[in-house]
Design a protein around this ligand. Structure first.
Ligand code: GLY
Ligand code: MN
Ligand code: MN
Length: 464
């Protein structure tokens, strides 16, 4: 049995005997006129089939029966758009019971839904799917007078698939390890290019560094960046969703790069912050070492049995102390790091979470609440926004769960904050898989300690 057939069987067991599931792949998306955005399959569909062609849909029943709708062979279309597997070859290639041309989907779906108790489909990820399901069910209802039974229940397939996808198997971890290694090499290339060009007195731009990333991704066989690459020179690093653009990369400033590849459907996600010319200034190094220490604390808290929020809490405690030690927060106004945490005084400098699930999607699916404990809700008023927040027990980490660990500090020019820190934005991000006794970092092929970054860049500058 292939890994995809095993996943289909595992899902079928959860659909119940009268259940049937519909999982379409992603649509093609027009960019302008007759040009499309690069095609990316749907992650749920790919998880169950390993099939990357557009215009495909999997139908799976509770007894394990599977029907794939896919593009038919068509010589003319294949001359223009490329090879199609076609339904005839799909049965053997993908291990499905039946494969039919995608053009038959509309006509066949109502019959497949007939006499089923529950129809499952992803509720929130496929625009227009709920309306299409309604249309198919309307056709089943029209046959009730001929004895057909119409499914009375609808279930959100995401709930089942998200739980399956949350715990990665060995095949997935292997791919994520490889994606992480490629992305780490890409970051190294960008660091080296920055040092080399500045040592040679050249005009370095953010796009020069982005070019190094893209080169390494494709050179290594990765299909695409897993998300829009952030290459932020100087104060641009304080814009969390800044994109690689054309700003000059100057000696004496930091560069924040948050970029990583997708390999065979699996994402990686790395951030490194380094001095453009390879030498940290004193204040840069001080702030960097606080962020690195916070990441180390978060990594130590990433282990089975811990809660998803534990790494975040560990990171925030270290950042809060660092903000006081560096005088970015005023000791006369904040009694202790615990006080900084309780009042969320760190928030103007650290406004995002310390991590997220990662897998096929860079921000991968999976509930952040522990399923067996979601009823244990408690309410609190947020210290800053005044919003009422409902806290539910956070997810308990288990081996095979994959998450990023990405603390940062972003110091916009702020009255009362020492000017030496103004405009510094630092984030350090690695990808971790929870193991039996801790976690494995998948992205440490690129150095993270300040001395190690300086050593790599010095070597490159000296060779220039
Ligand atoms: N690159 C997106 C993130 O770090 O979450
Ligand atoms: Mn990132
Ligand atoms: Mn991330």
């Amino acid at each position: 049995m292939t890994i995809h057939a095993q996943r289909r069987a595992a899902l079928a067991r959860q659909l119940g005997p009268g259940g049937i599931a519909i999982i379409p792949t992603a649509p093609e998306r027009p960019r302008n006129r007759d040009s499309d955005f690069p095609y990316r399959h749907d992650s749920y569909f790919y998880y169950l089939t390993g099939f990357t062609e557009p215009h495909a849909c999997l139908v799976l029943d509770g007894a394990g029966g599977s029907t794939l709708f896919c593009q038919p062979k068509d010589l003319e279309r294949e001359i223009w758009d490329g090879y199609r597997l076609g339904p005839e070859a799909a049965v053997a290639a993908l291990g499905v019971d039946t494969a039919l041309p995608s053009g038959e989907l509309e006509a066949r779906l109502p019959a497949l839904l007939e006499n089923r108790a529950c129809v499952w489909f992803p509720f929130a990820t496929h625009e227009g799917l709920a309306a299409r399901v309604e249309g198919w069910l309307a056709k089943v209802r029209a046959r009730v007078r001929f004895g057909a039974l119409c499914p009375q229940q609808q279930g959100d397939l995401c709930l089942l698939l998200d739980e399956m996808r949350l715990v990665k198997d060995a095949h997935e971890i292997g791919l994520m390890r490889e994606a992480g290694a490629i992305s780490a090499r890409a970051h190294l290339r960008a660091m080296r290019r920055s040092a080399r060009m500045l040592a040679a007195g050249e005009d370095v731009r953010e796009y020069h560094l982005e070019a190094e990333l893209l080169h390494e991704f494709r050179q290594s066989g990765a299909q695409a960046p897993a998300y829009g690459s952030i290459v932020a020179a100087g104060a641009n690093a304080c814009v969390l969703h800044y994109r690689a653009d054309r700003a000059p990369v100057r000696a004496g400033e930091l560069v924040l790069i948050d970029a990583a590849c997708e390999l065979d459907g699996y994402a990686s996600d790395i951030t490194r912050t380094f001095p453009a010319n390879g030498r940290f200034t004193g204040p840069q190094r001080d702030l960097y070492d606080v962020v690195l220490a916070s990441q180390e604390a978060a990594i130590a808290a990433t282990r089975p049995g811990a809660r998803f929020t534990d790494p975040h809490d560990a990171a925030v405690a270290v950042l809060a102390q660092g903000l006081l030690d560096l005088g970015i927060l005023d000791r006369s106004q904040h009694a202790s790091a615990a006080d900084v945490v309780a009042t969320r005084a760190y928030f103007p400098f650290y406004m995002h979470r310390t991590g997220h699930w990662i897998g096929m999607d860079v921000h991968d699916c999976g509930s952040y609440v522990e399923p067996g404990e979601q009823g244990q809700a408690s309410e609190r008023r947020d210290a800053l926004s005044g919003e009422t927040i409902i806290d539910r027990p956070s997810r308990i980490l288990r081996p095979g769960m994959a998450l990023t660990i990405e603390p940062g500090l972003y110091v916009r020019p702020t009255p009362g904050v020492p000017e030496a820190f103004h405009g510094l934005g630092i984030r350090i991000e690695d990808d971790a898989v929870v193991t039996e006794d801790g976690c494995e970092l998948l992205t440490r092929g690129v150095p993270v300690a300040a001395d190690a970054i300086e050593a790599v860049m010095r070597e490159e500058a000296e060779a220039a």
